[in-house]
Design a protein around this ligand. Sequence first.
Ligand SMILES: Nc1ncnc2c1ncn2[C@@H]1O[C@H](COP(=O)(O)OP(=O)(O)OC[C@H]2O[C@@H]([n+]3cccc(C(=O)O)c3)[C@H](O)[C@@H]2O)[C@@H](O)[C@H]1O
Ligand SMILES: Nc1ncnc2c1ncn2[C@@H]1O[C@H](COP(=O)(O)OP(=O)(O)OP(=O)(O)O)[C@@H](O)[C@H]1O
Ligand SMILES: [Mg+2]
Length: 253
Amino acid sequence: MIDWKNIKLDLIKFLKDEVEKTGLKKVTMGLSGGLDSAVVAILCKEAFGDNLNCVLMPSQFSSQSSTDHAIEVCEKFNIKYEIISIEPMVSGFIKNMDEDRLRIGNFSARMRMSVLYDVSSREKSIVVGTSNKSEILLGYGTIFGDIACAINPIGQIYKSDEFEFARLLGVPESILNKAPSADLWEGQSDEEELGHSYKEMDDLLKAMIDEKKSKEELINLGFEEEFINKIDYRVKSNAFKGKLPVIANIRWN
Ligand SMILES: Nc1ncnc2c1ncn2[C@@H]1O[C@H](COP(=O)(O)OP(=O)(O)OC[C@H]2O[C@@H]([n+]3cccc(C(=O)O)c3)[C@H](O)[C@@H]2O)[C@@H](O)[C@H]1O
Ligand SMILES: Nc1ncnc2c1ncn2[C@@H]1O[C@H](COP(=O)(O)OP(=O)(O)OP(=O)(O)O)[C@@H](O)[C@H]1O
Ligand SMILES: [Mg+2]
């Protein structure tokens, strides 16, 4: 059993402490209508009250229900929000992207990041991130897009565990009951794109990464070799997303 009540208190303290260290008082975050940003928004509201500013950033490719669900969270928790469409930016560049939905999706995520950092500059606030541990390990996020942030309270929580936490926090049923989606194109589903359920992937990640089990041990635990290889490859090939740029080491003499 995970002690979510204590985790909630720890995360609120983490948010307050980290923002205080920067000398600023406010936070800004993107609220999509999905689970991760709902969880982070509720934690931030508890930590910062009206010093939380949520930005809803629909595009021509995101679904109306996402915006509706984001507004539902704001109304339920009395959270301040503004709606800034990224449609003009995406439309202005779309002819360069060869109708490739992945490129358009990644570009959209980077446009949202640009808007968030502009709002944070206007508000003198810190950008709070919403990537969970499953997404971080699997590299399921856009580099310099939705991954970009100064602090992240949920980066050590696996997606399949997060639902229980979300329920405790009071995330609306409409969000708890829908499939996780990056919402970058119509009908996108995390689990379809990744090819497995979060529960399956998280069980393997916990054994592989947290418990450092060898491939042989993982097979003995009942994981299929092909699945292990696939997830191992994803984790290794996406590790660059969590690193700082590589700077040349110069030999000055
Ligand atoms: N080894 C390496 N070292 C350093 N940089 C490397 C690299 N390999 C590629 N790159 C760079 O990384 C780029 C590819 O990475 P990236 O642009 O992130 O794109 P990519 O990893 O191809 O795609 C992002 C994935 O995350 C999903 N996503 C995105 C946004 C939000 C969410 C969500 O859940 O909400 C999910 C999206 O559906 C897609 O499956 C390349 O174009 C290249 O510039
Ligand atoms: N339309 C949007 N408006 C504002 N922020 C957005 C929008 N779409 C995505 N984002 C930002 O990008 C983040 C990454 O999206 P992601 O889908 O991983 O999380 P989520 O939508 O909060 O939860 P879920 O994974 O359950 O859909 C969101 O948490 C949010 O901060
Ligand atoms: Mg989403």
